[in-house]
Design a protein around this ligand. Structure first.
Ligand code: 4AD
Ligand code: MG
Length: 460
């Protein structure tokens, strides 16, 4: 008979039905007359209680099953007399598919996240990581639903590229030249024999290509992996992360902020409604009160604060920060958290940053000092979204490229978009991992990525 997902068996709750399930044993409680197996298949947080008795011809072997073993169970559903579950499966057959012996690392006790990171190949079988990765999956679907409902076109921007969108020199290099002896001309790498015949790398952002599509389809978004060879030894940075980047034409910074607010509120509501059991788990085990907080955010309208005001408030703050605060300096995570947790008490857009700390493509404000940038900061996580209105005026864009040391030659195609039918447009990037951290209350980005890429970690 067909294998049923345990989530469906529990939701349907049909005592008397014949059922077939398969999964991994979480616990075995053996008695002489009867043995209980808790079996989990990852479809939901809960395990299904399987009741085994000596009438099974392999009863002895079932009693000896270790945590982590995989089994396939056929039986009849019955109401459960035990508390905490309404239904259990009385087994007529238990097939042992893959036994796990006693050195299985995930024994029934609480393991630290640090330990579980070392066994990233097994941690999806724990309650916490089951909840995190189910929620991550649901949120990925929610992203597409949000934009599909609004008629946005989904664009697949390139992974390998010669452009460094953020201009921060954080590209991971991609080359077909030999590692041992790259050809040199005048001491510089000669790319003539390279596949692309030029220096290329992994994309840090799909924005520049996304802008070109926005100038044809009006409303677009990307959702894909991005890579940054930055010092990612923090709980909030990964070398490989996923980003969602919408781009809207005929739109200014305020329209951009409105879209970002709608989007985040939608994702909050979605998580509460579609991942309610996992969210309740986070509330109980990861961050107390998170459900109430996310529920409030889903109904709130976000504050907006000028960068200059934020600096003023930080300068007056009665705490000492590790990093200096003054007009012209970028905000560090400690500052971002102070603003959102102590001053605002919720999500806040910081807008109009100094142009010298932002990328070349951001639109210059009339004051000559700032650009139409916006970062959305949230409690605990800090920056979750970075975005801006783009410089749509060709001459000003060219001037910014010169000032920031961005070579216009490699971006002739981008400049073309400002020559023919340019228009005000804006967009932002939401870090998908930071979103999952925010909604699950997880404090380390390594614990919301299935197989995190951080310094010295790329084996699996
Ligand atoms: O602020 P960032 O660098 O902005 C851009 O890349 C723009 N091109 C986006 C746009 O306007 N289309 O990155 C956007 C977001 C950040 O707010 C953060 O959430 C996330 O991406 N992010 C990272 N997440 C994890 N690890 C890293 N190393 C990240 N760097 C950025
Ligand atoms: Mg940023």
């Amino acid at each position: 008979s067909v294998r049923m997902r345990i989530s469906k068996v529990l939701a349907d709750c049909c005592p008397g039905n014949d059922t077939n399930i398969a999964g991994w044993v979480r616990t075995v409680r053996s008695g002489k007359e009867i043995t209980f197996l808790a079996v989990n298949d990852g479809s939901c947080l809960e395990s299904l209680q399987v009741v085994a008795d000596p009438a099974l011809d392999n009863y002895e072997a079932v009693c000896r099953l270790g945590t982590g073993s995989s089994v396939r169970v056929t039986g009849v559903l019955q109401e459960s007399p035990a508390s905490g579950q309404r239904i259990e499966l009385r087994a007529t057959e238990i097939k042992i598919i893959g036994a796990a012996d006693q050195d299985y690392p995930l024994q029934k006790k609480r393991h630290s996240f640090e330990f579980l990171r070392e066994i990233a190949h097994l941690r999806p079988r724990t309650n916490t990581f089951g909840a995190v990765f189910r929620t991550r999956s649901a949120l990925a679907q929610a992203v597409h639903r949000f934009f599909a409902e609004r008629g946005f076109i989904y664009v697949h921007t390139p992974i390998i590229t010669a452009n460094d969108c953020e201009g921060a020199g954080e590209l991971f290099r991609v080359t077909t030249l030999p590692f041992e002896k790259p050809p040199l001309v005048d001491g510089k790498v000669d790319f003539a024999e390279d596949f692309f015949a030029q220096a290329t790398g992994l994309t840090v952002s799909g924005q520049l290509e996304g802008e070109l599509f926005a100038l044809a389809f009006s409303d677009i978004y990307t959702f894909g992996p991005t890579f940054r060879a930055e010092n990612s030894n923090t709980p909030r940075h990964a070398a490989e992360f996923w980003m969602i980047e919408p781009e809207i034409a005929f739109a200014d910074l305020m329209a951009d902020a409105a879209l970002a607010e709608d989007f985040l509120r939608f994702l909050c509501r979605f998580a509460l409604e579609e991942c309610s059991a996992d969210m309740a788990f986070f509330d109980e085990h990861i961050e107390k009160g998170i459900v109430k907080r996310i529920d409030a955010v889903a109904d709130s309208s976000f504050a907006i604060m000028d960068y200059s005001e934020a600096i003023g408030r930080l300068e007056k703050a009665p705490v000492s920060f590790q990093y200096p605060v003054s007009w012209g300096l970028d905000l560090q995570t400690e500052h971002e958290r102070y603003i959102t947790e102590q001053i605002v008490g919720g999500p806040v857009f910081i807008i109009n940053y100094p142009k010298d700390i932002k990328a070349f493509y951001m639109r210059q404000n009339d004051d000559g000092k700032t650009v139409a940038a916006m970062d959305l900061l949230v409690p605990k996580v800090g920056e979750i979204i970075g975005g801006s209105q783009r410089e749509e005026r060709l001459d000003l864009l060219q001037q910014r490229m010169l000032e920031t040391g961005v070579n216009p030659e490699g971006l002739w195609w981008y400049l073309d978009s400002r020559r023919w039918g340019s228009c005000p447009h804006a967009g932002f990037g939401l870090g998908f991992e930071r979103l999952v951290m925010y909604l699950a209350g997880m404090e380390n980005i390594r614990d919301v990525v299935p197989f995190p890429r951080t310094p010295r970690h790329a084996e699996f």
